[in-house]
Design a protein around this ligand. Structure first.
Ligand code: KIV
Ligand code: ZN
Length: 388
């Protein structure tokens, strides 16, 4: 039996940290419902202490979400944790996610705290959070740049105090896959009570490696929770993209043998919903959910696809929520793709000579126009028929 890989979506919290991506309470509720429909395991609904609006959004999401765990972020202090607990009161399944930075840089320059103070604060905050729920996640912010001996001490204390998930964020996207995977592996080997918690990865995409780092954290490091966002939304260059992570695991099942609860056919509709609400367009060549992810433009590829889709497709457009793949007619298209489009449009020409003539006219037009639409084909065929 394959092990479960927990999908923790933080679109509504870290995703909202994308400058310009802030969402209203009603928009957050719509996204949360869609995430639940897609069977995301954990929805991080916000950061309750950050604002009254965030608090109310978490409260509202807690009252409508029944299947997924609803989570609020909180710094490692009693006030934040109490706010998170209060916002989550109505949730069927709730999690408090508390964090504190553990790198020397953050402790000294940002927190202005000694390592011993951070250790104590981590301990007290997990202990306090456990008063409200059995499901407590602890994150060592800037974990990938932290001293490993200190990290081991903090994590051991957090688990002793009852943290059930331990998250090692690559907060500034500085990790590289092997290093990050080995970091998790080493931590799990060295922390004495490591098997009492589920380990989690949380990667940022500053060097474009968030998905690769997350997968290394799973495969090399033994993490069983991945934190991600729809469309890879998030602070600076964003977070691990949920749709990419999910489809990498699904498509390379031979390699990533995990059970995922996600309904992948909702990936594209969810991506569109988040894009429409935030106003952040998805780049056309974005994996899985970009408009061109299943579009074929070159004649050689189109010919291959028409003969056998596996020639140039490693997954099915329909499986991730597109209506179909796309053969885009343009100057690179070949005769086969053109003929196929005539068939789809219900156009039958009398002879091969007529097909050839129409194809030549199509190629002339395609040299002048970057994309040829069905209307263009219908009009050039009718011109062809009239000339006979
Ligand atoms: O990137 C990060 O370190 C975070 C934590 C607060 C989990 O988002
Ligand atoms: Zn983050």
């Amino acid at each position: 039996m394959a092990e479960k890989l927990i999908i923790f979506d933080t679109t509504l919290r870290d995703g909202e940290q994308s400058p310009g991506a802030s969402m209203t309470r009603d928009e957050k509720i719509r996204i949360a419902k869609q995430l639940e429909r897609m069977r995301v395991d954990v929805i991080e609904a916000g950061f309750a202490a950050a604002s009254q609006g965030d608090f109310e959004s978490i409260q509202a999401i807690s009252s409508v979400i029944k299947e997924s765990i609803v989570c609020s972020l909180s710094r490692a202090n009693d006030r934040d944790i109490s706010r998170a607990a209060e916002a989550l009161v109505g949730a069927e399944h709730k999690r408090i996610h508390t964090f504190i930075a553990t790198s020397a840089l953050h402790m000294e320059k940002k927190l202005r705290m000694s390592p011993e103070q951070v250790l104590e604060q981590a301990k007290m905050s997990v202990r306090f959070a456990r008063k409200f729920t059995d499901d407590v996640e602890f994150s060592a912010e800037d974990g990938s740049r932290s001293d490993i001996d200190f990290l081991c001490r903090v994590i051991e204390v957090a688990i002793n105090e009852g943290a059930t998930t331990i998250n090692i964020p690559d907060t500034v996207g500085y990790g590289v896959p092997e290093m990050y995977g080995v970091l998790l592996k080493t931590l799990r080997e060295r922390v004495p009570n490591s098997d009492k918690a589920i380990w989690s990865v949380h990667c940022h995409n500053d060097l474009g490696m968030a998905v690769a780092n997350s997968l290394a954290g799973v495969m090399i490091g033994g993490a069983r929770q991945v934190e991600c966002t729809i469309n890879g939304l998030g602070e600076r260059a964003g977070n691990t993209a949920l749709e990419e992570l999910v489809m990498a695991v699904r498509t390379r099942k031979d390699y990533f043998d995990f059970e995922l609860g996600i309904d992948a056919t909702l990936l594209v509709p969810t991506s569109k919903l988040v894009s429409q609400i935030t106003g952040f367009n998805v780049q056309p060549n974005k994996a899985v959910v970009g408009a061109n992810a299943f579009a074929h433009a070159s004649g050689i590829h189109q010919d291959g696809i028409l003969k056998a889709r596996d020639t140039y497709e490693i997954m099915r457009a329909e499986d991730v929520g597109w209506a179909a793949n796309k053969i885009v007619l343009g100057k690179l298209s070949g005769r086969n793709a053109f003929k196929q489009r005539l068939d789809e449009l219900g156009i039958s020409l009398d002879s091969e000579a007529e097909v050839n003539a129409a194809f030549n006219r199509f190629k002339e037009l395609a040299d002048r126009k970057s994309e040829i639409f069905d209307e263009d084909i219908m009009s050039l065929v009718s011109d062809e028929q009239q000339s006979h």
